[in-house]
Design a protein around this ligand. Sequence first.
Ligand code: 5GP
Ligand code: ZN
Length: 133
Amino acid sequence: MIPFAVKRLIFYAYKKGVMKMLGCIFCQVAAGQKPATIFHEDDRCVVFQDINPKAPVHLLVIPRKHISSLNEENVDENLLGHLLAVAAKMAREKGIDGSGFRTVINTNAEAGQTVFHLHLHVLGGRILRWPPG
Ligand code: 5GP
Ligand code: ZN
């Protein structure tokens, strides 16, 4: 028999998304538990190289906080603004601000979201066709 206190703890952990975080690869990257080529870190976000780049420059900007997608309720608007500002700063650092770059957030299956920790793609260094596939 699982004691009531333990059950409550597990329920609380589920509610807080702790269980999801435990298995989340981007939470592991943010915590330094999973290797990644990191280009920027601050108190709110981490920027690293995409493992399977779709362009000469392909970075991922993630919040440190586990947010599963843009569909999540009450996503912090200041945080979203910060992610975009950091994306633009990284584009400047990578020298693709002048030539052009694309910022993409895929949300859910039909948009191609495969990792359910909010992330912003920064793509550039080649001509990017429009509309995307
Ligand atoms: P999504 O398809 O969810 O919009 O984007 C997920 C991105 O994460 C993909 O571009 C994929 O290549 C990248 N990715 C998946 N697993 C890892 C990983 O373990 N490390 C890094 N650096 N990128 C990953
Ligand atoms: Zn996560």
